[in-house]
Design a protein around this ligand. Structure first.
Ligand code: FES
Ligand code: FES
Length: 184
């Protein structure tokens, strides 16, 4: 998983000058729509998404870059959105869990998590799914168990449902190419 090194406020390319109240206007494309808000320079991407855009599918599980509940795609790569300042994402393209489905049709990875019961309480699930789609984008559709477990090291499930999560990622990866995963 890609970890974006947060830049100091104002260091981002194209970052706007601060307003009188100290906030900065940040604009990015989120789930295909232009999104803009005035935020404090210290605002993290995850809080921009949750508090300003009300996209609460992205969760905060630790705030210390450990759990992966906050994973989104930033310019096409998975990042922990608690590790990036919103102002450092000026002009970026972000996809959250809310942006995966097409209307009522779940993304194949979401459908695989449902089919394989890859969740218990569901708190880690958005981050798991966003990370899983990123794995497929980088590693392809035919993933073995060892690869999936290694790649998901940065995503923690407090319900410890890893067996079903791995099965779901494997099936979801295959489904993303239209290839049917052989039943295990
Ligand atoms: Fe970002 Fe836990 S909230 S890694
Ligand atoms: Fe509960 Fe993963 S399903 S934390």
């Amino acid at each position: 998983m890609f970890f974006r090194k947060s830049q100091p406020a104002g260091a981002a390319q194209g970052a706007a000058a601060p307003h009188a109240d100290g906030t900065v206007t940040v604009t990015m494309t989120v789930n295909g729509q232009a999104a803009s808000a005035n935020v404090e320079a210290r605002t993290l991407l995850v809080h921009f998404l949750r508090d300003h855009l009300r996209l609460t599918g992205t969760h905060v599980g630790c705030d210390t870059s450990q759990c992966g509940a906050c994973v989104v795609h930033l310019d096409g790569r998975a990042v922990k959105s608690c590790t990036a300042l919103a102002v450092s994402c000026e002009g970026a393209t972000v996809t959250t869990i809310e942006g995966l489905a097409h209307g009522d049709k779940l993304h194949p990875m979401q459908a695989a998590f449902r089919e394989h019961h890859g969740l218990q309480c569901g708190f880690c699930t958005p981050g798991m799914i966003m990370a899983a789609v990123d794995i497929v984008n980088r590693k392809g559709n035919q993933l073995d168990e060892a690869t999936i477990r290694h790649e998901l090291e940065g995503n923690l499930c407090r319900c410890t449902g890893y067996h079903n999560i791995v099965a779901a990622v494997r099936a979801g990866a295959a489904a993303m190419s239209g290839v049917r995963q052989a039943a295990e």
